[in-house]
Design a protein around this ligand. Sequence first.
Ligand code: AMP
Length: 412
Amino acid sequence: MTQQKLQSKDSVNTDAILVINCGSSSIKFCLIKPATGETLLSGLAECLLSPEAKITIKRDGEKQSYKLPDAFDHQTALSVLVEQLQQLNLVKDISAIGHRVVHGGEHYSQPTLITTEVEQSISQLAKLAPLHNPAHLIGIKACQEAFENLPQVAVFDTAFHQSIPEKAYIYGLPYSLYKDHAIRRYGFHGTSHYFVAKQAAKQLKKPLAQCNLISAHLGNGCSVTVIKNGESVDTSMGMTPGEGVMMGTRCGDIDAGIIFHLVDNLGYSIADVNKLLNKESGLLGVSGLSNDCRTLENAMLEDNHVQATLALTVFCYRIAKSIASYSASLTQLDGLIFTGGIGENSSWIRAEIVKQLGLLNFSLDEEKNQATRFGASGNIATKSSRACLVIATNEEWVIAEQSAQLLTNLAK
Ligand code: AMP
């Protein structure tokens, strides 16, 4: 498939899209109906290329795990998936593969049919996303072999943020670094922020293009995005997902001088600093206990664990500060959205963040806040507050919808 036009089809069957999110040792997959979001099958192949390799497939509420032989790679994991899909007679329903691709740089603001040139661009953008884009290419190649007749679509995590203005994406660095080396803010979690903004518009009974929102995606990675008239106008993550609020194991914003101090005076190599800032910091680093909010909340509430309390307090303060800072981007604000594993489930963290946002006229209804967890969604604010919406994100559905839409447009 090397042309930006689909051939030999009068109308495109977009019954179901297989959504693939490929990491360096894992493949998340989900067969989904783009029109309704109904999931026909989902699962995860994990620990690929290691002795613990396994694949788990969920269908109709039932889960089956298969241990895979040691040398199992992405290609062979996909062949197990294809076999299962064939046995379940689902292959005939798949009209395309939609790939989550983390970095689309400045070039990709829309879902894109994957051609040889697009693959080359994703590969070149690996400079900006070394942990993600190479893994996505492995998944794309494996899917091209496993589903050779199906179109493959890339949906970029950075795409929703391509609307942010220059004043928000230019760093205070020599301008030549932007012009010559594309060093700028890109932002991530775009597919999630877009999905929850669309859902918020429905709940607020307004067209998305008239909605002004601040969206907090709080999961293992965390980012805050400000949405003006339905478009992203600023976001906390930067050239990489390391910038912004504190996260599970990433530090978020720090004084760049700390890096020089670590290298010049404390014996760290650049590789050590990279590991420290991305894998050993954040909630894990401050608490010394865990990056998982559930563990930290239990330690704080049940054992009075001092560092767990400090980690959660810093986490919430920095998110509240980030949300408040976005009042500079808006003249109106309809509401705040919480999403991601933490945003959807932790009533303690939501309460701790919102109590620091009184000046923006946010306050939570305690009962509604407690009740809105584990997949529930709704407005948890008091009557006098601006809306505080808890919305379960569904990036897979957006990828399926956008892939189907692209195929329909290309077939016209
Ligand atoms: P995600 O990356 O969106 O899957 O979010 C994963 C994070 O959500 C985990 O690391 C947990 O910290 C957090 N999480 C999931 N469930 C809960 C819960 N019930 N309470 C607090 N945090 C939770």
